[in-house]
Design a protein around this ligand. Structure first.
Ligand SMILES: Cc1cc2nc3c(=O)[nH]c(=O)nc-3n(C[C@H](O)[C@H](O)[C@H](O)COP(=O)(O)OP(=O)(O)OC[C@H]3O[C@@H](n4cnc5c(N)ncnc54)[C@H](O)[C@@H]3O)c2cc1C
Length: 339
């Protein structure tokens, strides 16, 4: 038990992009607290791809935001579409058409390192309504009558207790919020184990920065991707359905290396090109669920799923685009509740 006690109506655990109801709560003038274990800016394993949904949410927050803060931002790169390569080696390109004369050249797909994108959002947290506590790790959550009692520890060892009426779990794949309410569990059929690596100078990238997804031959339910990034870098990754990895005892790192250096389609693109030191190493693993489950559940009790006493079902999201969307709806729905 600590003497350091805060009381709030709304507590959000995690400050990644899907945890950005703070921006909307602030817009509505609703006070809240947001805690995150990390010190920002921080990296996060991800493909770094931002689709139109992300920008719709940003526009919803502030119609000027994309034009004034994204389009000329060196941390963001426009991608004009996607190149999909099927197991037979056939590449299909989906390229956004050139705009008509006089219209601005705008793309619907972007990339930005999570290091930069998450920081971009975090910097928008409005301290008039949001009390943002970085380097504060939630360790224990208990029900306390109609409220939640949350125990956290700061990086300097200081303990903190927060009582909240509404608890929003946006704390990622190893969510302490889900664990505390007994909802944490991985369904391997709906998860992919994934590796990610930053590269510099990858050969053969499309001049229009198409993101590339490759479904390698003989490796079902897996994908290799190359997402071009600003400054000549690329986010390169490989993922496979977890159930398949476990069943076949695959070593994902070995498969990834083979794709990088020996694959007939991609080997040449990676051999001989330099990579930034720190991120060159392999070994990042993470999982993310398929969207199918999210949509299946959406029709049932959406209101409880979306803004119940906590975001208990948050693990059925896929991508921070979905996360941003859903939690934006949540934030705005709070407006019609008692806050
Ligand atoms: C390899 C890979 C590629 C991907 N590519 C894409 C892509 O291109 N586009 C896309 O839209 N999505 C992509 N995704 C999915 C995307 O990364 C996730 O959907 C998204 O990060 C989930 O966001 P989140 O806020 O729920 O969790 P996270 O982004 O993991 O953020 C959780 C936050 O909670 C904090 N936290 C965790 N535990 C605690 C605690 N106990 N106390 C306090 N704070 C805590 C963490 O520090 C972190 O800041 C990819 C995922 C992977 C693994």
């Amino acid at each position: 038990m600590t003497n350091n006690h805060i009381q709030t109506d709304i507590l959000i655990v995690g400050a990644g992009p899907p945890a950005q109801p703070p921006l909307f709560l602030s817009k509505m003038g609703i006070p809240h607290i947001i805690v995150d274990a990390a010190k920002f800016p921080r990296d996060k394993i991800c493909g770094d791809g931002l689709d139109l949904k992300v920008f719709r949410v940003l526009q919803h927050l502030d119609p000027a935001i994309t034009v004034s803060e994204v389009f000329d931002n060196q941390d963001f790169l426009q991608s004009w579409g996607a190149r999909i390569i099927t197991p037979n080696g056939r590449a299909t390109e989906f390229v956004q058409p050139e705009p008509a004369a006089g219209e601005p050249l705008r793309s619907v797909l972007w990339t930005a390192k999570r290091l930069h994108f998450d920081q971009f959002l975090v910097k928008k947290i409005d301290s008039r309504f949001a009390n943002f506590l970085p380097e504060t790790k939630v360790e224990k959550i208990e029900r306390d009558g109609n409220a939640w009692r949350v125990q956290a520890k700061k990086s300097n060892g200081e303990e903190l207790e927060i009582s909240t009426r509404l608890l929003i779990g946006a704390d990622g794949d190893h969510s302490v919020v889900l664990r505390s309410i007994g909802e944490r569990g991985i369904e391997r059929r709906h998860y992919a184990g994934t590796l990610r690596q930053y590269w510099r100078g990858v050969g053969g990238l499309h001049p229009k920065n198409l993101i590339e997804v490759y479904l390698p031959k003989g490796m079902p339910l897996s994908y290799f991707y190359i997402f071009p990034l600003p400054n000549g870098e690329a986010n390169v990754g490989y993922g496979m359905v977890s159930e398949l990895i476990a069943k076949n005892k695959y070593n994902l790192k070995d498969l990834f290396k083979k794709l990088l250096y020996e694959d007939p389609l991609h080997g040449a693109a990676f051999s001989g090109c330099g990579t930034p030191g720190r991120t060159h190493r392999l070994g990042y693993t993470a999982g993310f669920p398929a969207a199918e489950k999210f949509w299946r559940r959406l029709s049932v009790g959406w209101r409880r799923r979306f803004f119940g006493m906590s975001y208990q079902r948050r693990r059925h999201r896929n991508g921070y685009d979905f996360g941003l969307y859903r939690r934006t709806f949540c934030a705005e729905s709070l407006d019609i509740q008692t806050f």
